[in-house]
Design a protein around this ligand. Structure first.
Ligand code: A3P
Ligand code: MG
Ligand code: MG
Length: 391
């Protein structure tokens, strides 16, 4: 039955007829100073254009421009251009960008793990997210473990919860549907971003952005190299924009920003209101921390969707804000948990084949089981495998 002990390293080398279990509790084994973390450094980037076509450039980068307070985040919902992956994106665009880099530099990217930032956010926040659940697939190839979300499992779990994938359906814009809540987030981005530095954008564009069509087709993604304790990791993820232009020094940190919306706190907040917001801050912090995003900019909106207040948080200061607040989460614990879990993955994913990494809803353990004895499933693209098998 379920063991509450940390599985000893040796246990991980037996064939995985039974899932190997990584217990989440007790968290006190992750307390204390955090595992050494390297500052994430960008090694490559790519964009998606306004039809979500892949482009290996910076065309998807936008710049922050303070959005107008009082703006109605519901406005324009009926023309929302909502992009959602219909097919499993695997790691394709991340690997494509790495292949180009390797060809250009004639050098392999060597690291212990490659994944989307979203997977690491999920892992890092497990200690404090009672509702977390995920299914990921992982494979070891040439010394690196590649991980991505199990797209089919996610679709199935959505269907089971009777929560169909969001579409461009147009319900009553006064009703606060899920679609509308999603729209608010992108509307805020459209209000807070301009395509270039303000000096190079026309006053008309800035004036008219409250009327602009909201679309999430275009994106810019940064690929960074970072480390959790002894584990090197390459992460790819979307960045919302720049606070000011990138420095000409390639080693300087990039002034990325992350935009978020959140419901405004009542004038006299109860502890539970603060708790709810500080729990959200965990997600904001983890997501931004992983790519080295320096600022998290929160647009506080009324229940109805009117933009009320904008707060700019330095990502590094968020854990301290919460420590002095409700203390509902601890960043070092998240980092140590993730570092220990990566150690566990390395000890478990040692052979060929595909592994499933799963946390069930209200699960007490992360489970790892083998789903294929051979090959790399669909985790690695043909382009990547062909390139890596060349001499
Ligand atoms: P907000 O979270 O600010 O409301 P991101 O913040 O990661 O850049 O994503 C931009 C917006 O996409 C979010 O804005 C939200 O509207 C939508 N979004 C992202 N992930 C989502 C999810 N898992 N479910 C619903 N909407 C999501
Ligand atoms: Mg984003
Ligand atoms: Mg955002």
């Amino acid at each position: 039955e379920l063991s509450s002990e940390i599985p000893p390293p040796a246990a991980s080398n037996v064939p995985q007829a039974q899932p190997v279990l990584f217990p989440i509790q007790p968290l006190n084994r992750f307390h204390g100073a955090s595992a050494t973390i390297k500052r994430p450094r960008e090694i490559a980037h790519f964009s998606y254009d306004d039809v979500h076509g892949y482009r290996e450039d910076e065309s998807g980068i936008n710049y922050y421009y303070r959005p107008p307070i009082g703006a109605d985040l519901r406005e324009g919902f009926d023309t929302f251009q909502y992009y959602e992956d219909k097919e499993d994106p695997h790691l394709d665009s991340l690997l494509k960008t790495l292949v180009s880099k390797e060809k250009r530099e004639d050098k392999k990217v060597q690291t212990d793990f490659v994944t989307w930032r979203g997977m690491m956010t999920k892992i890092m926040t497990v200690p404090y997210d009672m509702f977390a659940e995920f299914e990921m697939l992982a494979t070891l190839h040439d010394g690196t473990i590649y991980i991505h979300e199990d797209f089919d499992a996610k679709a199935a779990s959505r269907a089971a919860e009777n929560d169909p994938p969001r579409t461009n359906r147009r319900p009553d814009p006064n009703q606060q549907s899920r679609e509308m809540m999603t729209y608010w987030g992108y509307k805020f981005e459209t209000l807070a971003l301009i395509p270039d530095v303000p000096q190079k954008v026309s006053p008309e564009f800035i004036e008219n952005r409250t009327k602009a069509v909201v679309s999430n087709y275009a994106q810019h993604c940064s690929i960074v190299r970072t480390a959790f304790g002894p584990h090197g990791i390459v992460l790819g993820g979307e960045v919302d924009g720049l606070w000011h232009p990138k420095s000409s020094d390639p080693d300087a940190p990039i002034p990325w920003i992350e935009l978020k919306t959140s419901e405004e706190l009542p004038p006299y907040p109860h502890n539970r209101d603060i708790l709810k917001f500080e729990r959200k801050l965990l997600k904001f912090w983890a997501q931004s921390f992983l790519l080295g995003v320096e600022k998290v900019i929160v647009g506080f909106r009324s229940k109805q969707g009117i933009l009320k207040v904008i707060d700019v948080y330095e990502t590094v200061r968020i854990p301290g804000m919460v420590r002095r607040g409700t203390g509902c989460w601890d960043g070092n614990t998240c980092i140590n948990f993730a570092a220990a879990f990566l150690t566990h993955l390395k000890q478990t994913i040692t052979g060929q084949g595909v592994y499933r990494v799963r946390l069930r809803k209200r699960g007490t353990h992360i489970e790892i089981s083998k789903t294929a004895e051979q090959g790399t499933g669909k985790i690695l693209s043909k382009e990547f495998l062909d390139w890596r098998s060349e001499d």
